[in-house]
Write a protein that binds this ligand. Sequence first.
Ligand code: G6P
Length: 605
Amino acid sequence: MCGIVGVVGNRNATDILMQGLEKLEYRGYDSAGIFVTNAQHQSKLVKSVGRIEDLRQKLGIDIAGTAGIGHTRWATHGKPSIENAHPQTSTSGRFVLVHNGVIENFKEIQDRYLKNDRFIGQTDTEIAVHLIAKFAEEDEKMPVLDAFKKALDIIEGSYAFALMDAEDPETIYVAKNKSPLLLGLGDGYNMVCSDAMAMIRETSEFMEIHDKELVVLKKNSAMITDYAGNPVTRDSYRAELDLSDIGKGTYPYYMLKEIDEQPSVMRQLIQRYTDADGAVNVSDAIVRAVQEADRIYIIAAGTSYNAGFGAKMMLEALTQTPVELGLASEWGYGMPILSERPLFIFLSQSGETADSRQVLVQVNELGYPSLTVTNVPGSTLSREASYTLLIGAGPEIAVASTKAYTGQIATLAFLAKAVGETDGLQAASDFDLVKELSVVAQSIEASLSEKDKIAKIVQNRLLTTRSAFYIGRKQDYYVSMEAALKLKEISYVQCEGFAAGELKHGTISLIEKGVPVIAVLSDPLLASHTRGNLMEVAARGASTITIAVEAVANPGDDIIVTNVHPWLSAIAMIVPTQLIAYETSLQRGLDVDKPRNLAKAVTVE
Ligand code: G6P
């Protein structure tokens, strides 16, 4: 997936595109490019491999462009190179296109329509722009919009397209299917972009674009139609997003800022989901949807999937409904036999993950109710699900997700508590969530004050290792899965989160002298068993590290976490592991926020 941005009107296009791309870099950062033009038909196309900063170095003299499109890439078809970077152009150079998504039938298009064309790169996008050019150039009378439409009728797959015709510097043609895209409206200028956050310097007025809609964007108008040409009228909306949210402030990395924000995320969630009397306040319709379900299916990817596990035990206890987890990328290709009255919960920080959306489309076709728990209001998964609960954690920019994980579990805690209370469950009334989440916030704060200690542990035990293990049982096993993912993502240490008791059934063969094995210990009934497993690996040379809550702590434990309610232990226990991952990446001299090969929002399958 990639990020795209376009602007037309009374603004310095280069400046706007570059600022937008910087904010979109989380969507991909292996190459980038911009095309700008002006009323005098001067134009400039600049591309570079690497980060937006590398592109900035290559910009050269400004042509005072008033319109343009830009792109930051996460390679799918073809390696990161100048040839494969966007914007992609037609052979004549007249048509210029940026694209986020994957064109599934690009090979067939090439064979059927573009046999004689010469391509300079390997991208599916180059095929698309050649196809548009073919239709526009073989029939001079055909308006560009019609040529674009004709191409869109043939193109299959996911896309957010922004197209420019060098002969018309005052128009951007836009189309979308499955990939995120929205308009930003200004006074004398208009924008199009993959993410509102990348436009908020310029505007706070936005307009949605739905799948299979086309937009003709000019400085004073945005004309939306469906592919059959029927006009679409839609209200714009104002979103007062806070610019300071997307800055790093004094932090060296977004990830550290976001880890540090977690206590305040907990407190904000208390505000969001309680009323003036302190009672839990979740929409009746959502509570009813859970009550009516005979099974809850949580569908997610990556960290959000792990967050689903972190909340499973509590959800089951308080809703008295079995909870099953599904990996979105697997369920998209076939669901197991479902219960009679399923409720699907989509957990997604971005609300844009293509794998999750693929499942949601099927859920909607089957007519089942769905709830999206997301950090991004108005995101695709939020729009398309029956209900939404917002995490409200503020923008998460670092690729490695931290505050969204803890925020998701806390949000689900409010849901679980609301359902339990409505059902008259004693355990729900006994569970003082507002107090318990305040305790969690304090526990996180205590862990955050251990940064120096954690930095030393990393320096002594993790700095040069190639592999590591996190182990735990039950809830601590789920935390281990997320802890391992964090370490892998940003430090490139091969790390597995393992059920402590399972290690001896095979994987213990990987333990050799010095391999770090980190135990997560929060459950008084299980801690001694996990400690036993730790002894087994220590006997085989492992370098053992313990993260324990006070209640189960032994002298000599490495990191102590202050006690929290067991249903919320995943929130508290994950924090030291986030810091371990951060420190390991930092001390290895890696780019903490933008690890190799990854992107924040994965909008391709
Ligand atoms: C990407 C990100 C992960 C994230 C996953 C799911 O792979 O790199 O950090 O957990 O997508 O994203 P979502 O936005 O659906 O939570």
